[in-house]
Design a binder for this molecule. Structure first.
Ligand code: DLZ
Length: 169
C-alpha cells in the first residue's frame, strides 16, 4: 500500500515516554483544525506516559511564528523535545509557500543549533478537506504522529548520550 492511502496515525510499539518533558507550540490560524491536532497530540503523549504537567502548551497567532515560540520554549524550559502544530491552507496568493518554507527552515535550524528535537507538525494543504482528512479524518491525525515522532527522537537522543558515556567521552 502506498503511504498516500495509509492512516499513518495508527501506532504501536511506541516506547514509554515516562519522565519526558515535551512542549507544544500551536498556531491559532485555522484553529478548528489545529485544536484537533493539539488534542490528538496531548492525548497521545499522555497515553505514552508523559505527565500532564510536563506538557506545556503555548499559542502563536500563525504558523509563521512557530519557530520563535519553539526557540523561547527551549531557551526558558529546556524540554526534551518541542512539537510545532499548525495548518497552512493554500489561497489565491503564494503566501502558503513562503510560510511553509520559512517554518520548515526555521524549525530545522533550531533543532540543529539547540540540539533539541523539534517536530514539524504543520499541515501544508490545498484546501479545508485535505486539512480535515489529516486532523482526525481518513489519513489520521498529524498531531498524533507528531507526538510519536517526538518520543522516538527523544529516545534516539538519549541513546547517543548513553553510547558516548560507555566509551568514555
Ligand atoms: C497571513 C496568513 C495566511 C494568509 N494564511 C495562514 C494559514 O493558512 N495558516 C497559518 O498558520 N497562518 C497563516 N497566516 C498567518 C501567518 O502565519 C503569520 O501569522 C502572519 O503573516 C504574521 O506574521
Amino acid at each position: 500500500m502506498s503511504s498516500k492511502d495509509q492512516n499513518l496515525s495508527v501506532h504501536s510499539d511506541v516506547p514509554s515516554a515516562e519522565g519526558f518533558k515535551i512542549h507544544i507550540a500551536v498556531s491559532d490560524w485555522n484553529r478548528s483544525i489545529t485544536d484537533k491536532l493539539l488534542k490528538g497530540c496531548q492525548e497521545s503523549l499522555q497515553e505514552c506516559g508523559v505527565a500532564k504537567d510536563d506538557i506545556e502548551v503555548v499559542r502563536t497567532p500563525g504558523s509563521f511564528e512557530l519557530p520563535y515560540a519553539a526557540k523561547a520554549l527551549i531557551k526558558n524550559n529546556a524540554p526534551d523535545a518541542v512539537i510545532c502544530l499548525g495548518c497552512v491552507i493554500k489561497g489565491e496568493t503564494r503566501h502558503d509557500e513562503y510560510i511553509n518554507m520559512a517554518v520548515a527552515q526555521g524549525l530545522t535550524q533550531l533543532s540543529l543549533v539547540s540540539d533539541t528535537p523539534v517536530i514539524f507538525g504543520v499541515l501544508t494543504v490545498k484546501d479545508d478537506q485535505q486539512a480535515e482528512d489529516r486532523a482526525g479524518g481518513k489519513y489520521g491525525n498529524k498531531g498524533i504522529e507528531s507526538a510519536v515522532t517526538a518520543i522516538r527522537m527523544v529516545h534516539l537522543k538519549k541513546s547517543f548520550v548513553k553510547k558516548k558515556k560507555s566509551i568514555g567521552y
